[in-house]
Design a protein around this ligand. Structure first.
Ligand SMILES: [Zn+2]
Length: 392
């Protein structure tokens, strides 16, 4: 492999250069959904409060809010840096940060209204991971520090952050709305229009919990993804995070608009959300990505394995997620994890080194290595990560 200015320019038989014995190289994994600060909840939320024996997503959310309320620009940078360093060690070379903690705890803006977003972006720079930063619009519910008083004010902040990041190539800025719970119809229209005009990535949580879908039906008379379609929020730059309870009509809409679904199986399992409708996503040709979301676990191999394993549990079959003519789910899963098919000239040189002498991979034939990685190993086999930042 020949690399120039952070890009792969050639892949082929080696003539000179450095040999990497007992190593395989793979593309770096893309972590397409992260709330870095929630890494601070790890281990602390795995016991219930005896006074509230019904523990679920909504009680977990109260614990998460308490942590969010305590953050300062320094502490969010610190927890984010740790989180991103762990991601790099696990094989992720880029991360999409869904960032909704914006203001002081009482809701007044910091002197620099983007202080917290910049603190998280600088944590990514500190760690050396590529970042897609998504400032997230929040209009109602949640904590005062999540909310903006108008969509105009929110989008002005997004513009300012984009200007700030322009000279920092590892940092890209898109835009997001938190959910149909937290954002009204008019905001969805404005934010969707902004993303189309500016041609930036656009993300939103949808259909994660049944209660959210029911509330959307009673407020708007339609399901969450239907509301996104009505408001012009869906398009080829749109990623819908979770889609756990999306029905057939909603999946059809995602396919028609060329949107992506980001699955976060370890978090969705931990929070009792439900199962990704993976077969429905596959047969419709909807693009799929993965994220570690709450960071209960940071391991791209585990996210991919869970997608197929859950599809097996739901269907009672094996090797379920096969693309047309395929015999193994591995290529489909790895494409979801890498955001591309493999190592090709022109791609950024974001790579992971796999240690072939690790006990988990001993005696695995070369042709079986990709499936052994997904089904029989974990982030422990990652012995190095190359995140080559583009110079242009
Ligand atoms: Zn999330």
């Amino acid at each position: 492999m020949t690399i120039e200015d952070g890009r792969i320019v050639e892949v082929g038989p080696a003539t000179d250069g450095e040999l990497l014995p007992d190593r395989a190289l793979a593309p770096g994994f893309v972590n397409d959904h992260s709330h870095a600060f929630q890494r601070g909840l790890r281990g602390a939320v795995e016991r219930m409060d005896p006074s509230r024996p019904h523990d679920d997503f909504w009680t977990w959310r109260e614990r998460m809010y308490a942590l969010a309320d305590s953050l300062t620009p320094d502490s969010i940078r610190e927890v984010s840096r740790r989180c991103y360093e762990e991601m790099l060690s696990a094989g992720y070379t880029s991360v999409t940060e869904f960032h909704y903690v914006h203001h002081r705890p009482d809701g007044t803006p910091y002197r620099d209204p983007n202080a917290l977003a910049k603190a998280v972006a600088l944590a990514a720079e500190d760690a050396g991971i590529r970042l897609l930063m998504l400032p997230v619009a929040y209009a109602r519910g949640g904590l005062p520090r999540f909310r903006d008083t108008s969509v105009r004010e929110f989008l002005r902040r997004v513009d300012n952050l984009r200007e700030w990041s322009a000279g920092r190539p590892p940092i890209q800025v898109g835009v997001a709305a938190h959910s149909v719970r937290a954002v009204p119809r008019g905001w969805l229209e404005e934010i969707g229009g902004y993303a189309r005009r500016e041609e930036v990535p656009l993300h939103i949580h949808a259909d994660e919990q049944r209660r959210e879908t029911e509330e959307c039906l009673s407020e708007h008379g339609v399901r969450p993804v239907e509301l996104l379609a009505q408001t012009g929020f869906l398009g080829p730059n749109t990623t819908v995070v979770h889609a756990t309870h999306a029905d057939a009509r909603e999946l059809d809409l995602l396919a028609e608009h060329g949107a992506t679904v980001c699955a976060c199986p370890t978090t969705e399992g931990n929070l009792g959300d439900g199962f990704l409708p993976a077969e429905g996503i596959l047969v419709r040709g909807i693009r799929l990505s993965v994220g570690s979301d709450s960071h209960v676990r940071i391991d791209p191999f585990e996210e991919l394995r869970e997608i197929e394993t859950n599809a097996r549990r739901l269907s009672g079959r094996r090797n379920v997620l096969l693309v047309e003519g395929g015999v193994s789910p591995t290529p489909y899963l790895l494409r979801a994890g890498w955001g591309r098919a493999g190592i090709e000239p022109g791609d950024p040189a974001d790579l992971v080194e796999i240690g072939l002498s690790h006990p988990a991979l001993a005696d695995v034939e070369a042709e079986n290595l990709p499936s052994a990685l997904v089904f029989g190993s974990g982030s422990v086999v990652v012995v190095g990560t190359w995140a080559e930042m583009l110079k242009c």
